[in-house]
Design a protein around this ligand. Structure first.
Ligand code: NAD
Ligand code: G6P
Ligand code: MN
Length: 447
C-alpha cells in the first residue's frame, strides 16, 4: 500500500475498547499516519456516546483528523484501508446469558470457551460476515484486522465460507503473556523476546522464548510458572496494567496448575477452562459472572468517562487514555501497509505449519507479515497430549461452523457434546435447548 496517510474504520464503534484504540492511533501517528477515522456500529445510541466523546477529544487534541461516525455501511466502508473489527453481537446482555445458562446445568460459562463460546460463535459469524460483505462492496482492497470473538470460530467460518476475504484474525492474550514474561525476567519491552508457539486461539502453548541475544529464557520462566503461574509478571500500574480485575488475577495464578500438566511448555491462560472445568464451575458464582464484573467495571468506567466529556464539553481532565497495549494492532497494520516483515502470532489455516495436525484447521502460529499478507513459520510436530486436545477442540469449532452453515441441530449438539467442558451428551442437549431459546433473535433456525 505505502500511502502518505491511511483511513481506518473501527467496526463496533460503541465498544468499550474503542476510545483506547482510537487514542492509541493518534499516539502512533508518526509511525502509522492515520488521518481519517470512521466509527461504525449498528447500535446508533450506544455508538453515539463513545463517538461524541471521541469527537470532542479529537477536536481538542488532533484538529487535523477527519473524523466521522455512522451506522451507514456505505459511509463507513467506502475509501477505507483498514477495518479494525471488535463487535459483540448481542452485547453484554447476551454474554451474561452465555455464562449463566451453562452454569445452571453445572457446566462452565465463559465468553469464548465451552458452551458460552459456542453460543457466541453462532451469533458472531453473521455479524463479521456482514461487515466483510460491506468491505468487499465498498473497499475490496481493505484489510480487516479482526479481534471480534470468539476468534477461533470466526476464523474457521471465514476459512470455510469466505476463503477469499481479506481478514486477519489476531488475539491479544499471548501479547499480554509476553508482557508478563518480559516482566518476570526483568526485560522492559516484550518486543525483545522471540518465541515459538502453536495451538488454536485461546488454546495454545509457548515452546521457546529467547531474549534479543538469543539466550534461552525458558529455564527462568519455568521457575516462575512452577511457583506462581503468571502472577509474577502482573503489573498493576502503567501501560501494561490490563486484565487486572480479580477474576483475571485468579486466572494468572491458576496457570501454575495448567503448567504442571506439561512443564516443557508455557500455556495460554484459557486452557484452564478445558483442563479444570470442574474447578471453574465450583469457583463460579452463578449470579455474578465475568459479564457482570465487566458491566460494573470496564463498561461503566468507559461510558461514564464518555458521558462526562460530553456533559462538560471538554476532554480536559478526563479519564480517557490510549490503550498502549493495543499498539500490536498498529504494528500489524504497519506490517501490511509498509511491508515491515514483522513477526506476529496469527490465527491462520494450518496447511502443514503444525506438521502432524489437520491441515484444514485454523491454528495460532507465528507468521511473518508484509504487504502481500502473511507467511507461516512451521512449528514442526507436536506431542500426543496437545495433539489430542487440539483435535477434540478443533472438531468442536468446525462442527459449530457447519451447524451454522447448514442450520443443523444435530451438529451443534455434537459440538457441545465433544467440548471438554461438557460431561455428557444429555447435559449437552439440555444446555443446547436453553441456548436456542435465549438466542432465537440471533442464531439461524436449527433443524
Ligand atoms: P461491547 O459490547 O462494548 O462493544 C461491541 C460493539 O459492537 C457494540 O457497540 C455493538 O453495538 C457492536 N456491534 C454488535 N454487532 C454489530 C454488527 N453486526 N455491526 C456493527 N457493530 C456491531 O464489547 P467489548 O467488550 O468492547 O468487546 C468487543 C469485542 O472485542 C468482543 O468480541 C470481544 O470479545 C473482543 N475482544 C477481543 C480481544 C482479542 O484478543 N481478540 C481482546 C479484547 C476484546
Ligand atoms: C483477553 C482475550 C480476549 C478477551 C479479553 C477480554 O484479552 O484475548 O479475547 O475478549 O481478554 O476479556 P474480558 O473478560 O475482560 O472481557
Ligand atoms: Mn483473545
Amino acid at each position: 500500500m505505502s500511502k502518505k496517510s491511511y483511513a481506518v474504520t473501527i467496526a463496533g464503534g460503541g465498544s468499550t475498547f474503542t476510545p483506547g484504540i482510537a487514542l492509541m492511533l493518534l499516539e502512533e501517528h508518526d509511525r502509522f499516519p492515520v488521518d481519517k477515522v470512521t466509527f461504525y456500529d449498528n447500535n446508533e445510541a450506544r455508538q453515539e456516546i463513545v463517538a461524541k466523546a471521541c469527537e470532542i477529544y479529537f477536536k481538542e487534541n488532533a484538529p487535523w483528523l477527519d473524523f466521522t461516525y455512522t451506522t451507514d455501511p456505505e459511509v463507513a466502508f467506502t475509501g477505507t484501508d483498514f477495518v479494525l473489527a471488535h463487535i459483540r453481537v448481542g452485547l453484554y446482555a447476551m454474554r451474561e446469558k452465555d455464562e449463566k445458562i451453562p452454569l445452571k446445568h453445572g457446566v462452565l460459562g465463559q465468553e469464548t470457551c465451552g458452551a458460552g463460546g459456542i453460543a457466541y460463535g453462532m451469533r458472531s459469524i453473521g455479524g463479521v460476515f456482514e461487515i466483510l460483505d460491506y468491505m468487499e462492496k465498498y473497499s475490496p482492497d481493505a484489510w480487516m484486522l479482526n479481534y471480534s470473538n470468539p476468534a477461533a470460530i470466526v476464523a474457521e467460518a471465514c476459512r470455510m465460507l469466505k476463503p477469499n476475504s481479506r481478514i486477519i484474525n489476531i488475539c491479544d492474550m499471548p501479547i499480554d503473556l509476553m508482557d508478563k514474561m518480559a516482566h518476570m525476567v526483568g526485560i522492559k519491552d516484550r518486543k525483545e523476546l522471540s518465541y515459538s508457539y502453536y495451538g488454536l486461539n485461546h488454546y495454545g502453548w509457548f515452546t521457546e522464548v529467547y531474549d534479543k541475544d538469543g539466550n534461552d529464557l525458558m529455564p527462568a520462566l519455568k521457575e516462575h510458572m512452577k511457583k506462581n503461574g503468571y502472577m509474577d509478571g502482573i503489573e498493576m500500574e502503567g501501560d501494561k496494567a490490563q486484565h487486572i480485575d480479580e477474576s483475571w488475577i485468579h486466572t494468572f495464578g491458576k496457570a501454575k496448575d495448567v503448567y504442571a500438566l506439561d512443564p516443557e511448555t508455557l500455556p495460554n491462560t484459557y486452557l484452564k477452562y478445558y483442563l479444570f472445568p470442574d474447578y471453574v464451575v465450583a469457583t463460579s458464582n452463578p449470579d455474578f459472572t465475568r459479564a457482570n464484573e465487566v458491566m460494573e467495571g470496564r463498561e461503566k468506567k468507559v461510558f461514564g468517562a464518555c458521558k462526562e466529556i460530553i456533559e462538560k464539553g471538554t476532554s480536559k481532565g478526563s479519564d480517557f487514555e490510549a490503550d498502549a497495549h493495543a499498539t500490536y494492532i498498529v504494528d500489524l497494520a504497519c506490517a501490511l501497509a509498509e511491508n515491515t516483515l514483522e513477526r506476529f502470532l496469527l490465527i491462520v489455516p494450518n496447511e502443514g505449519a503444525v506438521y502432524n495436525f489437520d491441515p484444514t484447521a485454523m491454528v495460532e502460529v507465528p507468521c511473518i507479515v508484509g504487504k502481500n499478507g502473511y507467511e507461516k513459520i512451521c512449528q514442526g510436530s507436536i506431542p500426543q497430549f496437545q495433539k489430542g486436545m487440539m483435535e477434540q477442540q478443533v472438531s468442536v469449532e468446525k462442527l459449530v461452523v457447519q451447524a451454522w452453515a447448514e442450520g443443523s441441530y444435530q451438529k451443534l449438539w455434537q459440538a457441545l457434546t465433544l467440548s471438554a467442558t461438557i460431561p455428557s451428551a444429555s447435559v449437552a442437549k439440555e444446555v443446547l435447548d436453553d441456548l436456542i431459546e435465549a438466542n432465537k433473535d440471533y442464531w439461524p433456525e436449527l433443524k
